[in-house]
Write a protein that binds this ligand. Sequence first.
Ligand SMILES: [Zn+2]
Length: 273
Amino acid sequence: MKTGGSLVTFFIIATLFPATPALGWGTEGHNAIAHIAQQHLTRRADREVTRLLEGRSMAYWSAWADGLRGDGRYDLLSTWHYANADEGLTYAAAPKNPAGDVYTAVVECVSRLEERGTSDSLRAMYLKLLIHFVGDMHCPMHAGHPEDRGGNDFPVRFQSRASNLHRLWDSEIVDAARPWDALEWAVNLDYGTQRRRPNPELSAGEPLDWMEQTVVLSHRLYDDTPRGENPRGENPRGETISRAYITRYTPVIEQKFLEAGHRLARLLNELFP
Ligand SMILES: [Zn+2]
């Protein structure tokens, strides 16, 4: 990708103007995924990651990239949080955004971290971005349909309030599924796995496989989330999301957090052998 020069400029600006936090999977989801990932870094990878992150945890930086959104100075990254695939299409078959998407973002961050001679400050930036974008890659409505902007224009009612399918899956369903903070999600989900080593089954595959899995899940959610009896557009308030829906999908949220965490750990262990 030909974004190197402008990203250097971007980085200088980003350093001068620290961003305020905002949502993605929801800060909680990103934090939980990063907590899980850090548990499975090798000692050597953990040491290098911690050095680049100046002694802060991966969770500390996990939502940093969302804090840059909506700020014109960071427009280059604005499309890197998601991808789109129409009904019935795989990611590979779907039209691509020339400005980049969450899959190309992960590939770009990995290849930048593989390069020799990159300064520590740039490596730290790509590391923070990678921590975030691996999380976004596992968030189902970050692989939604283009015509409703990844579910942003798919209205639902959730806990007596107007919402949409995108927001539901970024954070609302996570908050409703368990009364846990990010650390509790990480500890309770990832209790039985071996430290310092990603689980081979959870971390199997490559970023393209992970992207395709998220697209499949997104298609399933479009089919399974109630639109109501009226054709789209005639029911602007949306249908109510039931407790049964939350219960049905809680194991899916848990699986996505675990997969994202173990896969992120595997990528970092390979990057920092
Ligand atoms: Zn994001």
